[in-house]
Design a protein. Structure first.
Length: 155
């Protein structure tokens, strides 16, 4: 047993502010907070686990999670996941991705739906992606050739 060295009263402690109810279906602006590759439960595939932080127009600060199948023994599941990855990349202005960290910080709009589940209760599914008008990530500057006269040309 460990002494707390003070007495805590439930009435004096802050109430939780986390709300785990699903957001209403619709479009929300969001930023990709994290993205990492995980193995499927069966160990036969991989998916990208994405965390979206909602930035508006309502429910700012709420968090939504989504998974993108990138390797799956079911070809249709893999096709859908890769299509969703392409939509996400286009929405945040990326033409190629080699590392999930490239997705992090991307701003976009996501379309949420509410899925009912007897086992887990209602939850959100990400059903669509589009650019939200925020500036896409800037590409590296391209060197521009300038016309310089050769040294033997008289000025």
């Amino acid at each position: 047993m460990a002494q707390l060295n003070e007495t805590f009263s439930v009435d004096a402690l802050p109430a939780p502010t986390n709300n785990f109810e699903p957001l209403p279906a619709g479009w929300y602006t969001a930023v990709v907070n994290s993205a990492e590759i995980k193995n499927t439960k069966a160990g036969t595939g991989q998916y990208i686990a994405v965390r979206y932080d909602i930035t508006g127009p309502t429910h700012q600060g709420r968090v939504v999670f989504g998974n993108l199948n990138i390797k799956n023994p079911n070809p249709k599941a893999e096709e859908i996941g890769r299509q969703q990855l392409g939509e996400l990349m286009r929405a945040i202005g990326l033409s190629t991705v080699q590392d999930t960290d490239q997705l992090v910080g991307g701003q976009l709009s996501i379309k949420l739906d509410v899925r009912e589940s007897e086992q887990y209760g209602p939850s959100n599914d990400v059903k669509g992606y589009k650019a939200n008008g925020a500036a896409p990530p800037k590409a590296a500057p391209v060197a521009v050739a300038t016309k310089v006269a050769p040294p033997w040309v008289k000025k």
